[in-house]
Each structure stands twice: as C-alpha cells, then as structure tokens.
Design a binder for this molecule. Structure first.
Ligand code: ZN
Length: 173
C-alpha cells in the first residue's frame, strides 16, 4: 500500500478515555469518529472532523496527488538506499565469509542477517508512510494513575475528559 498514494483516505478522531493495566493485559478504551474523503484534484483540501466525545473539530489538510508524490520522493529514495545498504552488508558477509572461509565474517553473518534483513525488507515493502495528510494537533489532558485491586487505571484527574484527543489519517481500505 505504501508504494502507492491512496485516492480515498479515512480520517479518524480518536478520543482516548482511560487505560487499565491488569497483570499481563492492557485495556484501552477509546471513542472514535471517522469519515472518508477523496483527495483533491488540485491544491489542498481542508477537512474538518468533529470528535464524537469532546466535540473538538480536528482540521486535516490533504494534498493533491502531485504534491503528495513530491513529498514522498525523498523519504522513498532514502528508504530504498538504506535497504540496499543493509541487504548488501548481509550478502557481503555471507559471500565473502563463506567463499574465503573467514570465520569472523561467518560468525557475524548470522546476527547481521537477523538484525538487518527484517529492517531492509520492511523498508522495501513500505518506503514511505507519508500519504500527504497533515492531521490535527493532539491534545493531552492532565491525568492520574491509581491502583484498583490488581489493576492500575489511568484516567483524567478532573472531570472525565479522558487522556488525549488526536487525529490520524490512513488509506481507506
Ligand atoms: Zn476528543
């Protein structure tokens, strides 16, 4: 998905209400509001989405296809170059290590493969997460964490406003 620029975008306002940490389990309760928008043909589109919990109006700024492609060019080039370097290092360790019988390079080849190959493959699969949308600023509220039995509960210290209100944008499925 991240090789292409999505035409349809899902905008979401996420209001996080509380986090409850139980032994071995973390529960987070949120209230989400979302809508679908189509990328503008030219220029930028300002889309407003209201949070269903606190009523805050989040402003998303969505760029057209040409601008988004331009924004993605440099991060994509950088990701692909990094992937080539990482995979190249691993390939060199294996090839030189085992054709020359160099025990040091052979020993390094295994951890290098485990560390670098997943990162390299990830960078090749999604070279840029930029979809040309600027989400609204996140708002954070004053919170307290209290112990309730075996759980720790984090919630707003005053009036049940919750922990945070933020917006995000994703390619529409
Ligand atoms: Zn909110």
């Amino acid at each position: 998905m991240s090789w292409t620029v999505p035409e349809q975008i899902k905008l979401t306002m996420v209001h996080q209400m509380e986090i409850r940490q139980e032994p071995g389990l973390t529960r987070s309760s949120t209230r989400e509001s979302w809508c679908l928008v189509r990328r503008p043909d030219h220029g930028e589109l300002r889309a407003v989405l209201k949070c269903g919990r606190c009523g805050r109006e989040g402003v998303f700024v969505i760029q057209d296809l040409a601008t988004t492609k331009r924004l993605r060019r440099w991060p994509m080039a950088r990701s692909l170059a990094s992937a080539v370097v990482l995979i190249g290092i691993v390939a060199a360790l294996w090839i030189i290590g085992f054709t020359d019988g160099d025990i040091t390079l052979q020993v390094l080849a295994f951890p290098a493969s485990l560390l670098f190959l997943p990162v390299g493959i990830y960078l090749l699969a999604s070279p840029s997460s930029n979809i040309g949308v600027r989400p609204p600023e996140s708002v954070y509220f004053k919170t307290d964490t209290v112990r309730e039995g075996l759980s720790y509960v984090t919630r707003n210290s005053r009036r049940g406003e919750g922990l945070a209100c933020s917006g995000n944008a994703k390619p529409a499925a």
